[in-house]
Write a protein that binds this ligand. Sequence first.
Ligand code: EPZ
Length: 429
Amino acid sequence: MDRIRIKGGHRLHGTIPISGAKNATLPLMIASLLTEETLILDNVPRLADVGQLQRILGNHGVDVMVGGKRPGETPYDGQTLHISAARIVDTTAPYDLVSKMRASFWVIAPLVARMGQARVSMPGGCAIGTRPVDLLIMALERLGADIEIDGGYVIARAKDGLKGGEITFPKVTVGGTHTAIMAASLARGTTVIENAAHEPEVKDVADCLNLMGARISGAGTSRIVVEGVAKLGGARHRVLPDRIETGTYAMAVAMAGGDVLLENGRADLLQAGLDVLVEAGAHVSATNAGIRVARNGAGLAPVEVKTAPFPGFPTDLQAQLMALMTCAKGTSHITETIFENRFMHVQELVRLGAHIHLDGECATIEGVGKLTGAPVMATDLRASVSLVIAALAAEGETMVNRVYHLDRGFERLEDKLSACGAAIERIAG
Ligand code: EPZ
C-alpha cells in the first residue's frame, strides 16, 4: 500500500489547480442511468471513487468511455466521460461493489424510476458514523415505490412507474435530496421536496438533469419542485469545481504559510470556510482566476466553529480546520453536528503533538507552539488529508499510511503540493 512522506516547514508558493467536484461527479454519473442516450461529463476528476463507480455502473450494463488527450491539455485538466446506459442489463448492485462507497447506493433511484425495480446492497463508505439510508427509502416510498429489505439488500419496486408526491425531509440530507430529485424526474406528476439540501452539488446535478430534459426548479434552495417527464435524453455538462478540495488547500496554505492561487476555486461555493480562514488570520481574495490565499509570518488566531449544512461550515472541512487550529495561539472549539463519529483524526493529530480534548460532538483544541512529525494513519478521506496539513507545519518527517483514502477524493495531491514547494512524496508499497 502506498504511503506519503512529508517533511514539514516549507512555505507554499505558486498555483494549485482545483479539480472537478467528487461529490457532484458521483451523482452525475449515476444520473446517466436515467436515459438511454449518452451523457457527456467534462472536468471529471481522476479519483479512485470515480473508477469504483465506473465498475458499479458497468455491472448494470453502462458503457463509460474516457476521452483521450486533447491539444494543449495538462495532466491537471479533468477527464471527459461519455456514459451510455442504452441498455440496463442488471438492476442489482451487489454488496462487494456497493460496500466500498456509500454514494453508490444512490443508483437505487434511477434504476427503480426507469426499470421499475432495483435491488441494492446496504451501503458502506467512510467510517464516520452510522449513516443510515432510512430517509432515502422514505423518499422512494413517498413516490410510490414498494420497499422490502432482505438479506442486506434494499429492494425497490414500482411496476407501473413512480408517481409524484410530497417529500419532507426531517433533516437535511444530500443523498436523500439527490435520490428524490432523480426518482422524481421520471415519476408521473409533480413532486415537492421540502427541507432539501442546498449543497452546490445538488444544484449542479439538477442543472445537468434539466439539460437532459428534466423539469426541476428551486435546486439550491430548501424547496425543490420536480415535474416528472416520460423520458430523459443525452446532454453535455461540465462538473463544478471541488469546494472541499479548494478549502483543503486553503487550510494547507494557512498552515504552512506562503501565497497560493487556487485556480478555478469559487469563493461563492465556500464562503463560510473562507470567512473562518480570514478570522484565523489568513488573507483571502477572490480573483477572476480563482481564490488567492496567503499567510505571512503572523500567528493563527483560534476560532469557534460548528459544522452545518450548506451554506454553513462544511463537515467535509472539519478535520482540516482542526489540523490548522492545532497551531493557533489559543484555544479553539469545533462542534461536529452532521456526523456523530467524525473525529477519527483526533488521535492521529495527537500523535503529532496536538492537544485536543473530545467531549461528545465538541472538540477543544489548545494550540501548541509546534507539531512534531510521526507515522500516522487515518480511516477516512478528510481525516487523512488533515494529517497531511498538520504534517506540512510539523518539525521533521511524517509518514501518512493508508494513502488509498486520499486517492478516493484528492487528485494528484502530492504533485499539487510539491509544485508549490512542499517536501512531499509518494512511496509506492
Ligand atoms: C454527502 O454524504 C457527501 N457525500 C459527504 O461527503 C458529506 O459529508 C455529506 O453529504 C454531508 O455534507 C457525497 O456527496 C458523495 P447526508 P451523504 O445524507 O449524502 C443522516 C466526503 O468526505 N442521514 O447529507 O451520505 C446522516 O447519517 C463525504 O466527501 C440519516 O439519518 O450525507 C448524517 O448524519 C463523506 N438518514 C446526515 O443525515 C438517511 O437516510 C447528513 O447526511 C440519510 C442521512
